[in-house]
Design a protein around this ligand. Structure first.
Ligand code: FAD
Length: 387
């Protein structure tokens, strides 16, 4: 078994394969969680509310697993189950939130609840007076993506997995309709099963064996504030009508994101920050948490994130090719559900049923409208944030 890519997804798959007593080789161009990989840049939100029904089962499994994951992997993951709070700023938005809560219940997330103005402000002290209600998901939380990605790698290694870091895969090797290995800077490796978990770069490797993956690359921005007193903000904050994710880390610094964009370099190996996105992200967070105004911006970075045509990842057997399993296109979904994705993909590779992956099957791309896909791939993201 060879896994291409040592991000949080490739690492979780390798760990779960090893936990089943099988050996994997992970081929990683850099090190696990290194700039500009998504698992390096990620906001680390461990969120269940707001999921697509196709990933609800994975989200349920992952959220149940996160509280004990640090003990399982033997590492501090910076995990905190502080809940997630989606804010409404008007009566009309409060109605949207009520409908949102009802949808969460249909997915089985029955502890998600509509909270009124008083409870919302009690859950997150210092919110703007314009906040009138919220949807609160108490089981959600946050973790440190870099530590988590490296913890999966370390735990996989302890179970016998080999990591070839600093090793680039240039091509998948195919024989007829079967992928049989990969060409790497350490030489060719043959494998009965290859897993493609190379983040935004998965599309190039897939294209080499004739598989067209409708993925677009974005540089997603994060901002860090100067540290203040820890414990001021416990839940992760989102908003119905604003691009925002806001959380406070254990060191007291606030972490801001929510879909604000930088620019991807033409070779997709780096990015440049956008001044307008930084200002926009900061202003958006301050509008909802005015206390942030006394802090300054202490850091800014982007991570390269793969967004698929329908916004959902491709996880499962590659259509029309034996020997290749895909685990890519995770966009903002990937970090939180990584523990469950790794378990499910490992089961699939072992020949077991993994029905949680049915809605994410790469075969669904056969139903995509070709012209719409071409439009999606050629479209530039308009504005400073993802809609
Ligand atoms: C700014 C930002 C904020 C986010 N916030 C959240 C959040 O709050 N919650 C959440 O759930 N998700 C979030 N996400 C999404 C989540 O981080 C990603 O879905 C997840 O990290 C994807 O992991 P990955 O392993 O698929 O990709 P990556 O982390 O990009 O890993 C891919 C790996 O493959 C390696 N690789 C690529 N090509 C090759 C090659 N040819 N040969 C060898 N190795 C190769 C790369 O070096 C890299 O290490 C966020 C993402 C970003 C960018």
């Amino acid at each position: 078994m060879r896994v291409l890519g040592g991000g949080v997804i490739g690492g979780s798959i390798a760990y779960h394969v090893a936990r089943q007593g099988r050996r994997a080789l992970v081929v990683e161009r850099a090190e696990p969680a290194e700039e500009p990989a998504a698992s390096w840049a990620s906001a680390g939100g461990v969120r269940r509310q707001g999921r697509d029904p196709a990933e609800a089962a994975l989200a349920r499994e992952a959220i149940a697993r996160w509280p004990t994951l640090a003990a399982e992997l033997g590492a501090d993951l910076g995990y905190r189950q502080g809940g997630q709070l989606l804010l409404a700023e008007s009566d009309a938005e409060a109605e949207q939130v009520a409908a949102f809560v009802a949808r969460q219940h249909t997915m089985g997330f029955v502890d998600v609840r509509l909270v009124d103005r008083a409870e919302t402000h009690a859950l997150a002290l210092g919110l703007s007076e314009r906040v009138v209600a919220g949807s609160y998901s108490p089981a959600d939380g946050q973790a440190d993506p870099r530590r988590t990605t490296r913890a999966f790698a370390d735990a996989a290694r302890r179970l016998g997995t080999t990591y070839w870091t600093g090793t680039e895969c240039s091509d998948l090797l195919a024989d007829g309709g079967r992928v049989v290995g990969a060409r790497t800077t350490r030489g060719d490796v043959l494998a009965g099963e290859m897993v493609l978990a190379a983040g935004v770069w998965s599309d190039d490797l897939a294209a080499g064996v004739g598989l067209s993956l409708p993925l677009r690359t974005h540089a997603l921005q994060m901002l860090l504030s100067t540290p203040t007193m820890p414990g001021l903000l416990r839940p992760v904050i989102g908003a119905v009508s604003r691009p925002l994710s806001l959380k406070q880390r254990d060191d007291g610094a606030f972490l801001l994101g929510g879909g604000w964009l930088g620019d991807v370099a033409s070779d997709r190996r780096s990015y440049t920050l956008r001044e307008t996105s930084q200002r926009g992200n900061w202003a958006t967070a301050r509008a909802l948490l005015p206390a942030l105004g006394t802090e300054r911006m202490a850091g800014a970075w982007c991570g390269l994130e793969a967004i698929s045509f329908d916004g959902m990842p491709f996880v499962g057997r590659a259509p029309g090719l034996e020997g290749l399993t895909l685990a890519c296109g995770f966009s903002g979904h990937g970090f939180a559900i990584a523990p469950a994705v790794g378990r499910a993909v490992a089961d699939l590779l072992a020949g077991r049923a993994a029905p949680e992956l049915d809605g994410l099957s790469p075969a669904r791309s056969a139903g995509f409208d070709a012209a719409a896909v071409a439009g999606f791939l050629n479209a530039d993201a308009r504005g400073d944030y993802l809609d």
